[in-house]
Ligand binder design. Structure first.
Ligand code: ATP
Length: 457
């Protein structure tokens, strides 16, 4: 574990307004975080890029925005009420509660996800070197299952059939609307429904910043197909390629930091024929970033049975009734954000630079008047700033010396900084500085937009 790097990234995130601990002035609330001005922009850029790549640019995808609060039967049908549980263990000494599989994996380095609570108990009992990460004692309770779904009580009187849940994943919203989408659009199999939105899980494993939180944003796709006319193995490989391209090309993440890992029979859900995770090399190890699963028609079958609705669609050519199968790519956008910060964080001799892909940078450029006490310079800089703001997220800074202002923008990942100086007043040119090389060139004011734009595509 590269604790030092993780601490530096967490500190920078707080100092520069990417990520703040949740409810901080009240002592914090475990596993919740808020996004500051820079984090909000970065998250929005990730969201928009995801949507553009997986929905806008494709002809076989449509979007959905289903509600966060959903009927309890949705989650009974999906299997989450009965089975969406983590095996937990408590430290008898300091009372910390943790996931048993993660506790073991951190000490033994082997994957134990999917093992029974009894098996996990046995491993913990037999290995004295597995100790509480908080107090370092080996005094654990028995492993118990703990449901992750958040129940909500609707209405004012308890127990009147108002039970609902905050969704534990966005995917179920897609399944329960599958028929609506098929009936109200002109989609034809194979096609996908995409959704971005908040999901909630009662996670109690602390640490590692936003990697695992109780409220998080998912980007999920259900790609529906008829198994008689499409081969799932081929679709699966295609999706692997698209996810890989999105991460390494669109988000610009270094390919050597990502790898696919296939779930074995024990780890994989029983209804899934194949599951692979794309893992990223976080400072705390290679961890799941993106899950890709072939889920057969398990979910649509369950929802048909429990709701007693016919969710099949009819092939207009053959009149065949089909209950499609799905391939599900599912990612956490907050996890993407953490990955992007880790991947972009660069410590150079005299500065820290976030080498973000310009498409992702919260601010595309910064505008500086050379000095703040010359009205003519200030006016000119202001008018340039005002003309750029409608086109790009543009930062303004007139405090301190220029060198410090550059360093400040380097930490925020701003790709360009434009300085308005005395020469600007004479010939309408400015200096533009490149974040990564720190080199500067002089260009005309009228060229600033196209200069920046050329690097955003
Ligand atoms: P884990 O086993 O790590 O709890 P999972 O396999 O249950 O995760 P999925 O249900 O496959 O996760 O969720 C899809 C994606 O959503 C994950 O790959 C991850 O990026 C993201 N995700 C899941 N849980 C969380 C969480 N608590 N906080 C942030 N992101 C999450």
């Amino acid at each position: 574990m590269n604790q030092d790097l993780m601490e530096k990234i967490v500190a920078l995130s707080k100092r520069r307004g990417f990520i703040y601990p949740g409810s901080e002035i009240y002592g914090g609330l475990a596993n919740t975080y808020d996004y500051g001005p820079l984090g909000t922009e970065l998250l929005r850029n990730i969201r928009n890029l995801w949507w553009k790549y997986f929905v806008q640019e494709r002809s076989d995808m449509v979007g959905l925005d289903s509600s966060i609060i959903s009927h309890h039967r949705v989650w009974e049908a999906s299997g989450h009420v009965a089975g969406f549980a983590d095996a937990m263990v408590d430290c008898r000494n300091c009372k910390a509660r943790m996931r048993a599989d993660q506790l073991i994996e951190n000490f033994k380095g082997e994957k134990v996800e999917g093992k029974s609570p009894e098996d996990l108990d046995k491993i913990i009992l037999e290995n004295d070197d597995i100790v509480c990460p908080n107090c370092h004692k080996h005094e654990f309770t028995k492993v118990r299952k703990f449901n992750l779904l958040f129940p909500v009580q609707l209405g004012i009187v308890e127990g009147e059939g108002g039970e609902a849940y905050l969704r534990g994943e966005t995917a179920q919203g897609i399944f329960i609307n599958f028929k609506n989408v098929a009936d109200s659009t002109r989609v034809r199999l194979p096609f996908g429904i995409a959704q971005i939105g908040k999901s909630f899980r009662n996670e109690i494993t602390p640490g590692n910043s936003i990697f695992r939180t109780i409220e998080f944003e998912q980007g999920e796709i259900e790609y529906f197909f008829d198994p008689d006319s499409s081969t799932w193995e081929e679709l699966f490989e295609k999706w692997k390629g698209q996810i890989w391209n999105f991460v390494t090309q669109e988000l610009g993440v270094k390919a050597e930091n990502v790898k696919w890992r296939e779930h074995d029979d024990r780890e994989r859900s029983f209804y899934s024929k194949k599951t692979e995770d794309l893992e990223y090399n976080f400072p705390f190890g290679f961890k799941e970033l993106w899950g890709l699963a072939y889920r057969t028609n398990y979910d649509l079958t369950n929802h048909s049975e429990v709701s007693k609705q016919d969710l099949t669609i009819v092939d207009p050519m053959t009149n065949k009734k089909i209950l499609p199968h799905v391939i599900e790519p599912a990612v956490g956008l907050n996890r993407l954000l953490l990955m992007i910060l880790v991947d972009a964080y660069t410590q150079e001799e005299n500065r820290i630079v976030l080498k973000l892909d310009p498409k992702l940078a919260p601010y595309k450029l910064a505008v500086f008047p050379l000095v703040a006490n010359k009205p003519e310079l200030l006016d000119k800089a202001r008018s340039i700033y005002d003309s750029l703001k409608p086109k790009f997220m543009t930062a303004w800074d007139d405090r301190g010396n220029i060198g410090k202002r550059y360093l400040s923008q380097d930490e925020a990942g701003t790709p360009y900084a434009v300085t308005i100086d005395y020469q600007t007043l004479e010939d309408d040119t400015v200096t533009i500085r490149d974040r990564d090389t720190a080199s500067q060139e002089r260009i005309r004011v009228s060229e600033i937009s196209s200069y920046v734009m050329d690097n955003l595509t």
